[in-house]
Design a protein around this ligand. Sequence first.
Ligand code: DGL
Length: 280
Amino acid sequence: MSRSDSPTIGVFDSGFGGLTVLHALLQRFPQARFVFLGDTARLPYGSKSRRTIARYAAQSAQFLTREQGAEFLVIACNTASALALDAIREAVTVPVLGVIEPGAAVARATSKTGDVLVIATDATVHSHAYAAACETRGLRAIEKACPLLVPLVEEGWTNHPVTAEVLRIYLDELLAQAAAEGLKPDALVLGCTHYPLLRPLIEHAIAQSAGAGIRVIDSAESTADTATKLLRGGDSASGDRAWAPEIRCFATDSVEKFQRLGSKFLGRPVGDVQLIDLGG
Ligand code: DGL
């Protein structure tokens, strides 16, 4: 397979947390061209209404497809996946994959008790998209909004005592709610693309809590596996490792911060980030 046979894959997030999903995609599509857009000027999406999130996400999806030629879109943002997937599908003509269904699928594969916990932004929790995706798989889910976590990650406080304390409080509340409802959760879904950067702190907080033994689930790998199935019928071996994927990154603001923090999410330098204007 040559680069010209490979699709251009558009990856979208409200910020740069979605680079964790891009990282998983790079392993599976070394020959592909990737265009990543972080709508950093309008971040956070997680505190906004469905209508606004849908408008922002649809504009972003159109930029990736119409202006950058993406032939397949991965919505690497839980909030946009939860509240705007239909609006995005109406706005573009290419296949669109969100992160909620793949996240729920790993929860199903992981949980033995059938009870799972989900932490996410306010908007994602209030949409109950995870609860619905879990319920169709026979799982019971308790969702909790953790609005302080995105700003802490954005601040770079991914290994900071304040973040550890905030996490402990959120998890204690969540576990108390689960106990009150008679659930025995054995999996915790990270329902926000910023949270994988907090995974060591989250795992530590769980180990110290009443929920010791709960497995942490990140939808990035599962989303990349689903993209592989959709684009290559699941043939994960066809990638020629000699190729270096081509990545172009765009942001609507804070290019310097994107470059600095983005490499933590992507696990390698993000390179040049182009500033674009999608309007208000
Ligand atoms: N990327 C968003 C998500 O995965 C979190 C940041 C935001 O609130 O925009 O839900």
